[in-house]
Ligand binder design. Structure first.
Ligand code: KG4
Ligand code: ZN
Length: 376
């Protein structure tokens, strides 16, 4: 089979990204332009600003991905672009550009679900390492700023199928990290900051109740899926618990002084006291324990052979270590993407497009952004 070079484009949230991937198994180039600087002062992504930044960045980012790969526009075999889920305005920038480019170059265009992309980030890197012996079924935890999902993934022939067996009822796990960081007067995105600073705190200092989900999800439209065991998450309560702790422990003045400064992670180290480190470490420990416990419970219920943990929060050091330790205890292999491929990128989009390319699943000319696109 001849090599297939796919140019992937991703613009679903606050990263403008382009990459060239060979045959779904080798990252030839991977360019990510992050808009942290733009959204940082607001403590979260501002959709209008995100679209504007994507417009500014898309052409140079794609050009750089091709230059880094040593390829011209003409020598890629297909283009792939994120269709959703994500911010509608942001998705549209990537989609319009990809459509125009595909039309001008007369190349096929493949529409990719962002969540499927996160799962394929793991597969891509395992193939790149030479691991072709994955056992099925796979259970994938996709955990990011916008999503916390559990998918059973199966491969039959060239194509992939997914079944959702768990999702968050309210906030995504990464959103909880970002909101807690904001409450503590730390920068955006909060996940990497809490990850780094938690090392300095005592994770057993503050006890947070784990989320308990007692009622079936009334939003679940798929009756068959609703009847299978489900493993849902809920992370809005822990954010409120952190807020209450801050208020009852007189932490406001430290927070106000951090808010007044524009600091890097290392600056924050000197701007936080032990009580703040303890609070961060305890919050992170609670999040990690909940994610790991529910995922392993689901893995047992569905008797899966392999675990994937992917998405921005999969970059978290404690989450990785805890998964590795506890999955090993159960004899379950667990795979993560490297840190650069955990957060949003376009290599994962080009990789997820490869099986679709082989199957001839190309996007119709009239396809458009779907902000709430589901994977299953
Ligand atoms: O996958 P991603 O880049 O974008 C979405 O699809 O949402 O994930 C971004 C999220 C943010 O909420 C960010 O705070 C979180 O991932 N994140 C982390 C870490 N690195 C990124 N959360 C915890 N620990 C980290 N090291
Ligand atoms: Zn993502």
């Amino acid at each position: 089979m001849a090599d297939v070079y796919i140019l992937g484009i991703e613009s679903s949230c606050d990263e403008t990204a382009a990459a060239v991937v060979r045959s779904g198994e080798e990252v030839v180039s991977n360019v990510v332009y992050s808009q942290f600087e733009t959204h940082g002062p607001y403590g979260g992504v501002v959709p209008e600003l995100a679209s504007r930044e994507h417009l500014r960045a898309i052409v140079p980012v794609v050009r750089k991905a091709l230059t880094d790969a040593g390829r011209s526009y003409e020598t890629v075999d297909a283009l792939a672009v994120t269709q959703g889920p994500g911010l509608a305005g942001s998705l549209l920038v990537g989609i319009s550009y990809a459509k125009a480019l595909a039309f001008a170059l007369d190349k096929p265009l493949i529409a990719v679900n962002h969540l499927e992309g996160h799962i394929h980030a793991v597969l891509l890197e395992e193939k790149q390492k030479g691991n072709r012996e994955l056992q099925f079924p796979v259970l994938a935890l996709v955990v990011s700023g916008g999503h916390t999902h559990l998918y059973l993934a199966q491969q039959s022939g060239g194509s992939w199928t997914y079944e959702n067996i768990g999702h968050t009822r309210d906030d995504a796990a990464g959103e909880a990290f970002d909101k807690v960081a904001k409450l503590l007067g730390l920068g955006y995105p909060g996940g990497p900051i809490i990850d780094k600073l938690s090392k300095l705190g005592d994770p057993s200092a503050v006890r947070f109740p784990l989320s308990q989900i007692k009622h079936p999800d009334r939003r679940e439209r798929n009756v068959e899926a609703a009847e299978r065991p489900r493993f849902d998450f809920s992370y809005s309560g822990i954010k409120t618990s952190v807020l209450r702790y801050i208020e009852t422990h007189g932490m406001q003045s430290g927070i106000a002084s951090r808010r007044a400064q524009k600091a890097s992670v290392d600056d924050y180290r000197s701007l936080c006291d032990q009580q703040t480190f303890n609070l961060m470490a305890s919050f992170q420990r609670t999040m990690v324990d909940d994610l790991v416990a529910k995922t392993l419970k689901a893995a047992r219920a569905y008797d899966v052979a392999t675990l994937f943990v992917t998405g921005g929060v999969a970059a978290n050091r404690e989450l990785r270590e805890t998964f590795e330790r506890q999955a090993a205890h159960e004899g379950l292999p667990v795979y993560f993407p490297s840190r650069p491929l955990s957060t949003d990128n376009a290599a994962m989009i080009a990789a997820a497009a490869y099986p679709k390319f082989l199957e001839g699943q190309f996007a119709p000319a009239e396809f458009s952004a779907e902000a709430s696109l589901r994977l299953a």
